[in-house]
Each structure stands twice: as structure tokens, then as C-alpha cells.
Design a protein around this ligand. Sequence first.
Ligand code: PHE
Length: 338
Amino acid sequence: MINLKSILENFQNDIDQAKTLDDFNRIKGKYIGRKGKLNELFKEITQLSPDEKKEWGKKINQLKELIESQLQEKLNELTHTLKPSKTVDISLPGKKPWVGSFHPIQITLHQILSIFQSLGFRIESGPEIESEYYNFEALNFPPDHPARDAQDSFFLDQEYLLRTHTSPAQIRIMKKLQAPFKVVVPGKCFRRDAMDASHSPMFHQVEGLVVAESVSMGDLKGTIEVFARRFFGNDRQLRFRPSFFPFTEPSAEVDISCGLCQGKGCRSCGQTGWLEIMGAGMVHPKVFEAAGYNPNQVRGFAFGMGIDRAALLKFGIPDMRWLFENDMTFIEQFHAIQ
Ligand code: PHE
């Protein structure tokens, strides 16, 4: 009694495991080759009666056709990796790979830096962990200044803290470079502020510093004006308010007119019509001394602006916390902006 069913099962077992064309050819030979199993069967049935021969011959031929069609299928599978199959409809449009977007802070930073680069500024950096000397003392903060208090800053030990602003980079860069130079220094800063709609204990600043034989408050004003108009738009007004920083003299706070109410006064600008965008001023002689410069031979101006706040203003984001929550529905809205 010839067991065709077990031959078919053995074949299917073998062909399922075939991974290469070599496997395929070996299995093909084993079943339908010249000395293969099916030819053996054809030989065996020559002993049978004509009627039985006819019946078995038909069955073996059917088995041969089945094996051949399964071999063909396997061959397709091995030679065409993109073969159409029952589970993949190749006429459907492809799946789009997920592509991330830049964070609004990075977009804002990039725009700010490229404006200053176009004005001839070079980009520098400074460490996020600073000594009290660079963060305060060299910048002319008096020893009892409240910002030096652990209540306001993240101190790591007696000497080191997370920088509270990017201004310590002023000293490092003056020591490293020879005047004249124009630099911008972007980076993270840290203050012990509670997180709310307009504060974050970690935030970003861009420091600007220009040192040359003679630069004036007029150069400072002109530079900031060019920047602010390019970044916020030509329709914005600028205002320089007298202010105080230990490391600049004179010092100013720079405001732009509110874009929401066009300076008329609304909730977003606290009814003043103005929004503060940065601190600025002429480099203090004590700062030049700390950096090893003779304050009688050089002049400089500096400015420092918050990038996070600039991002809120630029994109009309009402709450700073949105920048740091990493909510994809929020972040993905910036997909098209570079
Ligand atoms: N470092 C100051 C701040 O964080 C800003 C500033 C920078 C002011 C440079 C004047 C000059 O508030």
C-alpha cells in the first residue's frame, strides 16, 4: 500500500524549513528529481495490474502537480523578497515613517543665533556648573547680594553652583579671546524658582558680548533694534528702560511693544503695552579688570535674553510649562517650522 499522504506531509515539512536556494534544490531533487521519491513510486506501480496502475498513476501525478506548485511558490518566496502575498497589499500607499520635529526652544534659539551670526557674531559656550567666582564675584556682585543665597540658586557645594545666568561666560570668553570680538553664548541656566506660567527652574538664555577699542551705547541700541525687528517683526516698537545690573553701567532693560494689543495694553502685557525681552548695558570696568583687561583701553556692551520667554512671545504660547511637559500634541504643531 503506497502512502501518498505521508510523502506529501514529509515534503511540506521539508519545504517549510527551506531557507536558501540550496535547501530548495535539495528538496526538489529528493521528491521530483530523477532519482526522487515520486519516480520511485512510478517504478513501484509497474508491478501492478493495468487498472491499478492507471489509478495509482493518476494519484501520483496529482501529487506531483501539487508538489511542483508548492515548489514554485517557495521559489518565488526565496527569489522575490517583495513578492505580493495575501497579507500585504502592495497597491496601498506606503506607511510614512515617523519624523520628529524641532522643539520650539530649539527653533527659537536657532533663529536668534542666525540673526546674530548674520551680524558677524560668533557662537561660544560656557559650563553649566560654575564657580561662585565666575557666576557672581567676577561680575561685581557684592558678597551679600541675595542672588548668592542658596534660596535663589542651586549650590552643589560651598564653591560650585548651577549657573544662574549666562553672564559668567563673559569673563571666560574675555580671558580666552583677544578684543575686538563679538560673541553670543546660548545655554541653560538654573534658579530656584517654582514652576508656573512664566517661570521655570531651568531655562535658556543667550548672552551677547561685544568688546572693542570703542563701542558705545548707540552700538548696543542699534544691534538690539536690528535683532528685535528681524526676530519679532518690523511693526514692533522698542523701549530701553534704565535698570541695574552689577556687571554693566549704564544698564537697561529692553521692552518690545506687545504684539497682541499693538501696545494698547492687554492681559498678556499686564495692561502696559510692553513686554520685557532682555537685560543689557555697557560692560562695567570691574568686569574688565576681573578678566584681565585695562578698562581704560577697551569698551564693551553686553546683553542677555531669555529664549523660553522669546519662544512664548514668538509663537503666542500662553504658558511656559507647555514647553517642558513634552506633550506630543503640542510639540508636533511645530513640525513645519525650522
Ligand atoms: N545676566 C542678566 C540676567 O540674567 C542679563 C544681562 C546680561 C544683563 C548682560 C546685562 C548684560 O538677568
